[in-house]
Write a protein that binds this ligand. Structure first.
Ligand code: SF4
Length: 378
């Protein structure tokens, strides 16, 4: 490898005293600002994008990597793509997946070609799920759930990693572009199944560029950034091939109702999965950490503290679309006009409506899945 490439390639990597982000780990990330700084991401700048969606406006999306190219493509109506992936290892998804879908939709509505990868090879390699199981779960649950959450099946390209030979060939090729030490510098540890999965994901991320070189954005949780850095390094190593460096857009973890940061992998007693029995979710809402005061009298007098309240966080991130309605809720709380009991009842009603609607839509969308046009290697 040439010297200048080497230097360039490590430009985005944390210096050695920072702990690496583990995309397969279960650790809670507490301090997002530190991560943004340590790993050279950019804080998300709302003003870059036309008509930002709810999760962008509400601070759920809080960082990005190299988003100017994407903003430019939107503005100039240039070709670009949005791509994300899901590992079908559970038969549940969570509110974080909903955020990803909302962002895919946002970019799709602003001119992007949209791709969703079903990461069955990754699920097989790092979670020990058979390919058959992964396929069954994806067909019966994940894809219908993604459609139910608003992805348009006519405008979104779906594929299974195991069926996309282009992606697999790219992974092989990329394997010649990094060394084990460089891999370790990004991921901390290296084991063969993880290395294969990361290279395959780099293949996913660049796959839409095979036919047409163009900018692309990958909406994911924070923990997936190492894959984007790896892909960017690989692109720099293959200068002659003229791939565009992929961009990332990152959402923070939806807080668990008990106040812990990472909903998906934290206390199941306080996390909401999709779908879930509304009654069970309402029970969790009832036990949620709120910004309520010690006594009714104090709350009537001083009002609650929405900034400390997980119920308000749910309103903000997911349950209330309109900014004006959210403001009303905020005012009701801070003026002491409403107490937490009543407020939780309202949240439970909203949540129940959302969950029932989702459940029905998943069932309805199941029929569509067999008719989908999956991308396959010809
Ligand atoms: Fe939270 Fe509602 Fe209580 Fe305010 S009134 S602290 S928003 S539960």
């Amino acid at each position: 490898m040439e010297k200048h490439e080497k230097e360039h390639g490590t430009a985005e990597h944390h210096s050695s005293h920072h702990k690496a982000i583990d995309p397969w780990g279960t650790e809670l990330v507490e301090d997002f600002n530190k991560i943004i700084k340590d790993f050279g991401m950019e804080a998300f700048d709302l003003s870059m994008f036309p008509k930002p969606n709810r999760v962008m406006r509400r601070g759920v999306v809080l960082a990005g990597r190299d988003l100017t190219g994407i903003a430019h493509a939107i503005k100039e109506k240039k070709k670009f793509y949005v791509l994300s992936g899901i590992m079908p290892s559970n038969d549940k998804i969570h509110l974080g997946n909903k955020v990803v879908i909302e962002n895919i939709r946002y970019f799709q509505e602003h001119g992007a070609e949209a791709y969703v990868c079903i990461a069955d090879l990754e699920a097989n390699a790092v979670r020990g799920i058979t390919l058959e199981e992964a396929r069954k779960r994806a067909m019966e649950f994940h894809i219908p759930a993604y459609l139910a959450l608003g992805l348009d099946e006519k405008k979104t390209h779906f594929y299974f990693q195991s069926e996309n030979m282009d992606v697999i060939h790219m992974a092989y090729k990329f394997s010649t572009r990094i060394t084990l030490n460089e891999y370790r510098a990004i991921y901390g540890e290296a084991d063969p199944s993880r290395i294969l999965s990361s290279l395959t994901q780099a293949g996913d991320i660049l796959f839409p560029q095979l036919t047409h070189r163009m900018p692309g954005v990958v909406p994911v949780g924070f923990d997936q950034d190492p894959h984007i850095r790896l892909t960017r390094d690989i692109v720099r190593r293959m200068k002659a091939e003229k791939y565009f460096l992929p961009s990332g857009i990152y959402h923070k973890y939806t807080p668990s109702l008990d106040g812990a940061v990472k909903m998906s992998k934290s206390n199941p007693e306080a996390a909401i999965s999709l779908p879930e029995d509304p009654k069970a979710v309402c029970k969790k809402i009832n036990k949620a950490l709120t910004g309520g005061r010690e006594t009714v009298e104090i709350q009537r007098e001083k009002g609650g503290i929405p900034g400390k309240c997980m119920v308000f966080e749910l309103y903000k991130q997911h349950l209330i679309e309109e900014d004006s309605e959210l403001q009303e809720r905020f005012d009701l709380c801070t003026s002491g006009k409403i107490l937490c009991g009543e407020c939780k009842k309202f949240a439970c009603e909203k949540m129940t409506h959302f969950l029932e609607d989702l459940e029905q839509k998943i069932i309805k969308n199941r029929e569509k899945v067999n008719k989908l046009n999956f991308i396959r290697f010809k």
